[in-house]
Design a protein around this ligand. Structure first.
Ligand code: BV8
Length: 229
């Protein structure tokens, strides 16, 4: 990796699968039993607030039962040791990258361990249930907290920062994502357009596999440490 200075890494649910967190679109995926339109949209939150808040309460509570796996740990090691620019852009809302020690990280789809106030827009770390009428820490409004999650139809976080990083990347690596959701699924094309080399590490070919210069298929806990080390 001698001629490579700036790296952008995109991760999806597949990097957390071996930690025991369900993926979305595989057998037994999270969305089974729930149509995504019934859960992950502003309309669903307005229509059935308790169902949506409970769905995210359950996923938030499950975080206490899982741990980072060797893939998260390898990326955190790379983050500590890499002297050039590096940005881990995760679509995941779990906190496993942080718990493995990653610092140069952003959650483009939000975080389970964060709450968003629908009254004043305040975002703050939050680990409890959103069904218990907790007050917003900024404006004091009750029952105004929603999951700090980017629903379908909402703008992902920090897109300017991501676009800048993709434009300057020498290497773009996609790990554990099906390439089903935009704008994340388009990042590989943006990176290629700006001259980056592109690598996919995934259990199976993603929807955008043909856009990558190189594809390695297998479990993230094996592929990521092998790539990093
Ligand atoms: C937006 C919330 C605009 C958090 C999520 C047509 C064309 C282009 C776009 C659209 C379109 N129609 C609609 C859109 C827009 C839409 C979209 O892309 N829809 C799709 C379905 C077509 N996108 C949006 O709405 C986005 N916003 O576009 O805003 C805008 C502009 C201006 C102003 C306002 C708005 C917002 C998208 C975010 C939605 N939120 N989740 C949560 O609940 O978790 S998306 C959800 O899918 C998760 O965030 C997840 O991260 C994401 C992607 O899924 P993956 O992570 O890839 O997981 P998946 O299960 O699919 O795949 C897992 C992969 O891992 C598999 O490939 C598997 O093989 C692999 N794997 C499994 N085990 C392992 C493994 N790999 C390695 N090792 C293993 N062990």
């Amino acid at each position: 990796m001698s001629e490579i200075r700036n790296i952008v890494i995109l991760t999806g649910a597949g990097i957390s699968a071996e930690s025991g967190l369900n993926t979305f679109r595989g057998p037994g995926g999270l969305w089974e039993g729930h149509r995504v339109e019934d859960i992950c949209t502003p309309e669903a939150l307005a229509r059935n607030r308790e169902l949506v808040l409970d769905f995210y309460d359950q996923r938030r509570a499950a975080l206490g039962t899982v741990h980072p796996n060797p893939a998260h740990e390898a990326l955190a090691r790379l983050d500590r040791e890499w002297r050039g620019d590096l940005l881990i852009v995760t679509q995941n809302v779990d906190d496993l990258h942080e718990r493995a020690g990653a610092k140069r990280l952003l959650h483009m789809h939000g975080e389970l361990m964060s709450a968003l106030c629908e009254q004043c827009g305040h975002r703050a770390g939050y680990g409890g249930s959103m069904l218990d009428g907790t007050l917003c820490g900024a404006c004091g409004t009750a029952d105004a907290l929603r999951p700090d999650i980017v629903f379908f139809g909402e703008m992902p976080y920090e897109m300017d920062r991501i676009d800048t990083a993709l434009a300057q990347a020498d290497l773009f690596v996609s790990i554990g994502t099906s390439g089903a959701v935009y704008p994340a699924a388009g990042f590989v094309r943006s990176a290629r357009y700006h001259g980056a080399r592109t690598l996919e590490l995934n259990l199976e070919p993603s929807a955008g596999s043909y856009d990558f210069d190189e594809r390695r298929m297998g479990p993230a806990s094996v592929l990521v440490p092998a790539w990093v080390d």
